[in-house]
Design a protein. Structure first.
Length: 523
């Protein structure tokens, strides 16, 4: 088969990761997005484990899915009872999914010391459960938990459990590296042995990432004939996580020429990755392969010079193939090629003397604590100031911030700003939750009458970092502000020994950038 099935377990295995918590609506939104991408199977959860999963399986029936099959996850019957009498299996089948996945014990250590049953009883539990689900009209996948550890410890028994599952009707036998401790060669050898006892069932792989090998191990299994890879978006999951299906999809499609997803949707992997990060309320991983913001970011001058001439000299694929983009980072390590690349949007790239001046200015400012990698709006202002093309929309005359503790001890902040806007001197004051909020409010109050477009600008994020911590309370601080309007997001930076001054610098840059990009004119 040229197609490799992608089985997503973000909603179950991924939700077991530290700090991950999906609402029912989150799970339904992710389901719709995965289906639109062309994932083959979406494991929604364990129906008996909690009310949220039960509600998900009731609600997901109302979704019109065009590609994916929803899967319910469950365990083998309990010891000493028939499968038809097991409450967990009843809940599993009541979920009404076309496919169910049964997880069973493969490692004799778990059978003896965790389940506390005989080896023969465990085999019977696996076979009975799969046969019962098969008889109920479901397609059954079997997850052989701890298969690789079990295969190392007692290969005959591990293979016996797998063979029993396949004879009972499992259509996929999924080998799980549950502890994430196996190496690619071990995965390959175990897969070859497993195929000898699987009959007509097809091979799948489910890897955890405890040794940073989940992607390599999954590809090793595919090389041995696995037609299904189970994992999560962005690799979220318990301990060190599961295999990242974003990387798997990109590698299978772009490196191995295998069919995955709906044709053309590999180019939407960056969008999918960020959607799941946002839904899970998690920060992006800048260094995440293929889709991270740093995946195609270039900082060293030699790298930038080369990639500007021949992109593949420092990029293994075109970033657009996965929906990402190249980024050129400005820093004290920058060479002239970096500056030329960055200022090209300012129509200044042909001026060698200006390029040198900009580079020297960047290096001096970064030595003082600035960073322009994530503050492109401030960098754009620096270019125009160095080139002599910057025209301030207002002049800063003075500002003051006052903090007083009221009768109840709660601090109250008030900022006063004095600006020159054209021929007028504007003097305003505003209160805020803190000094930066008060400054922001006072600036807007002063400028809105002349520049009404500032009304759509919002402050989204505020970060502070000490630059030279050894100086203690006299250390310089770097403030990074992220602002947005209806069309764009931009970032500015300010540095000072005074946190309010650093914030003021970044605030003024943010407003000047907004006015410049809008081509603002005073009323």
């Amino acid at each position: 088969m040229s197609r490799v099935e992608l089985y997503d377990t973000t909603l179950r295995d991924g939700s077991q990761g530290e700090g991950v918590n999906f609402s029912v609506q989150d799970k339904l939104a992710i389901t719709k997005r995965l289906d639109a991408m062309g994932f083959d199977f979406i494991e929604g959860g364990y129906p008996l484990s909690n009310p949220k999963d039960a509600e998900y399986f009731r609600s997901v029936r109302d979704l019109r899915l065009n590609h994916a099959k929803v899967v319910a996850f469950g365990m083998t019957r309990r010891k000493g009872i028939r499968a038809s009498e097991d409450g967990g299996l009843k809940a599993l089948l009541d979920a009404g999914t076309p496919v169910v996945t049964i997880v069973g014990k493969t490692w004799d250590l778990h059978v003896n010391e965790v389940l506390g049953v005989s080896l023969d009883e465990n085999v019977a539990m696996i076979a009975d459960t799969i046969a019962h689900c098969k008889a109920a009209g479901r397609e059954v996948f079997y997850d052989a938990e701890h298969f690789f550890d079990g295969f190392k410890a007692n290969p005959e028994y591990a293979l016996a459990t797998l063979g029993a599952a396949c004879r009972a009707g499992a259509s996929r036998a999924v080998l799980c590296d549950t502890n994430g401790g196996s190496l690619p060669g071990e995965i390959a050898r175990a897969c070859r042995s497993a195929k000898e006892v699987m009959g007509s069932a097809l091979l799948g792989i489910h890897c955890h990432n405890d040794c940073e090998l989940a992607v390599a191990n999954s590809l090793s299994a595919v090389g041995e004939g696995a037609v299904q890879v189970q994992g999560t978006i962005n690799g979220i999951g318990e301990r060190c996580g599961n295999v990242d299906l974003v990387s798997v999809a990109a590698l299978l499609s772009l490196k191995l020429g295998r069919e995955v997803l709906v044709p053309g949707n590999v180019a939407r992997l960056t969008e999918l990755s960020r959607f799941v990060h946002e839904t899970a309320n998690m920060n992006f991983r800048p260094g995440q392969p293929f889709v991270g913001t740093s995946a195609f970011a270039h900082k060293g001058g030699m790298h930038i010079h080369a990639v500007s001439r021949v992109s593949r000299s420092y990029e293994h694929i075109d970033p657009a193939l996965v929906g990402n983009e190249r980024r050129i980072l400005v820093s004290e390590l920058s060479g002239r090629a970096t500056i030329v690349n960055k200022v090209s949007g300012h129509d200044l790239a042909g001026d060698a003397d200006l390029t040198r001046k900009i580079l020297e200015r960047v290096q001096d400012m970064e030595h003082a604590g600035y960073e322009f990698e994530a503050a492109e709006a401030s960098f754009g202002l620096l270019v125009r100031k160095t080139a002599g093309t910057f025209v301030a929309n207002f002049d800063r005359v003075a500002y003051r911030v006052n903090i007083e503790a009221g009768a109840g001890g709660t601090p109250a902040c008030e900022a006063t700003v004095k600006l020159r806007v054209g021929d007028f001197l504007v003097h305003t004051a505003a209160e805020g939750d803190g000094p930066v909020n008060a400054l922001d409010a006072a600036l807007r109050k002063a400028l809105l009458p002349a520049f009404p477009s500032l009304g759509e600008m919002t402050l989204e994020d505020y970060k502070v970092r000490v630059v030279n911590a050894r100086e203690g309370t006299a250390a310089r601080v770097r403030v990074v502000l992220e602002c947005r309007d209806r069309a764009d997001i931009w970032t500015t930076v300010g540095v000072s020994e005074n946190i309010v001054e650093a914030s003021w610098i970044a605030l003024v840059d943010s407003i000047e950038h907004k006015l410049f990009k809008d081509g603002a004119r005073r009323r």
